[in-house]
Design a protein around this ligand. Structure first.
Ligand SMILES: NC(=O)C1=CN([C@@H]2O[C@H](COP(=O)(O)OP(=O)(O)OC[C@H]3O[C@@H](n4cnc5c(N)ncnc54)[C@H](OP(=O)(O)O)[C@@H]3O)[C@@H](O)[C@H]2O)C=CC1
Ligand SMILES: CC(=O)N[C@@H](CCC(=O)OP(=O)(O)O)C(=O)O
Length: 349
């Protein structure tokens, strides 16, 4: 390739945005030409993030579709829910490609978005246009698309852990329970009572039980895989760690299957997809084993007494759960190898 494509990051001062910057900085075919701030345009990126001193020198741009069009080919939106609803259509109208990391275009039903996000939904024509970028499941639809809605972090860990079993009809859809845990960076950089140090440290908190905004998104993917409506019990917990999501998933097995059968099924489903690693028998993944990487690692335990399979799926929420998967989607959109710029080893310990 002779020329790099130019990328802009809106919401660069947040955790998803700064992670996009970190990963794109070493992408062989991408140059970051604009990082924006809606609240402090003109200031330096390194003022808010001193680790970027001498790495990024230009002032932050304002969020202006015409300016972005003049500087970029593709725009990543790492903004809170409700921002992309209006901004993404404006950017698409200028001819830019858009990858939205928020929940604004994931649910195809405006009523469902309003119900779970308590915000005004996007225009239906754009909801239709947005391709849901769960790369290992809908990668073929991502290829050549110009507008991607990147999946939620919990959604990525949970659905990658369930889709092969549901598609194969190996688990009973009405028995699924997901017990998920996230590191605090999942809540973004903004401070709130619930995520400051003394509230989180040495603490484990359940939150948004049966009310989490990722529930309809997970059910959308699982229903698609099962070929019938699926509803789940989904419980989220805040853990005293910076990065990482673990989804521990329980379901009744349909028929007679062992953990080894599940391992074979998942290895065959994800064959050729380098970012899903299926562990061997008796080996369960932990969040640190994917830290800083784009991997989703999956392991199994089968309980013969109850007939239940336990599936453990882990990701780094900021990489596979956000920026990494967004770049994986850019690679697929552009017809490149999906792993470009993402081929790094997890940070350990
Ligand atoms: N954190 C995570 O692990 C994940 C996050 N996501 C989603 O990605 C998105 C970003 O999340 P995250 O980075 O954690 O959030 P942060 O709160 O850390 O950052 C969001 C950034 O958006 C910018 N912003 C706020 N309002 C506007 C606006 N009206 N127009 C333009 N920019 C605005 C702010 O920067 P400024 O004021 O400088 O403009 C802010 O820094 C969210 O939708 C989130 O749900 C998805 C998966 C995982
Ligand atoms: C730890 C924590 O608070 N995590 C956030 C994840 C938010 C997120 O990623 O939001 P959308 O994908 O819906 O945009 C939460 O549970 O709401």
């Amino acid at each position: 390739m002779s020329e790099k494509i130019k990328a802009a990051i809106v919401g660069s001062t947040g955790y998803g945005g700064v992670e996009l910057y970190r990963l794109l900085a070493s992408h062989p075919y991408v140059e970051v030409t604009s990082v924006t701030s809606s609240s402090s345009p003109g200031s330096l990126f390194s003022e808010g993030y001193p680790h970027l001193t001498d790495i990024h020198q230009e002032p932050l741009d304002e969020v202006n579709p015409e300016l972005l069009k003049s500087k970029a080919d593709v725009v990543f939106l790492a903004t809170p829910a409700g921002v992309a609803t209006k901004l993404a259509p404006q950017l698409l109208e200028t001819g830019l490609k858009v990858i939205d990391l928020s929940g604004d275009f994931r649910l195809k039903s405006p009523a469902l978005y309003e119900q779970w996000y308590k915000k005004q939904p996007a225009d239906e024509a754009y909801l239709e246009q947005a391709v849901f970028g769960l790369a290992e499941v809908y990668g073929e639809q991502v290829k050549g698309a110009s507008f991607i809605s990147n999946p939620g972090c919990y959604v990525t860990a949970t659905t990658l852990g369930l889709v092969p079993a549901l598609e194969a009809g190996w688990i009973k859809p009405d028995t699924i329970i997901v017990d998920a845990k996230s590191g605090v960076s999942g809540a973004g950089r903004g401070v709130s009572l619930g995520n400051h140090y003394s509230e989180v440290n040495e603490n484990l908190k359940a939150y948004k039980l049966n009310k989490h905004q990722h529930i309809p998104e997970i059910e959308m993917v699982l229903s698609d895989a099962a070929g019938e409506p699926v509803v789940i019990t989904f419980s989220t917990h805040l853990t005293p760690m910076t990065r990482g999501i673990m989804a521990t998933i329980y379901a009744k097995v349909d028929g007679s299957r062992s953990a080894a059968d599940f391992i074979d099924l998942y290895r065959s489903y994800y064959e050729g997809r380098r970012f899903v690693r299926v562990r061997g028998e008796g080996i369960l993944p932990s969040t640190k084993e994917v830290w800083g990487s784009n991997y989703c690692d999956i392991g199994f335990a089968f309980d013969e007494r109850t007939g239940r399979i336990t599936i453990v799926s882990v990701i780094d929420n900021l990489v596979k759960g956000a920026a990494g998967q967004a770049i994986q989607n850019l690679n697929l959109m552009m017809g490149w190898d999906e792993s470009l710029g993402l081929q790094f080893v997890p940070v350990y310990p």
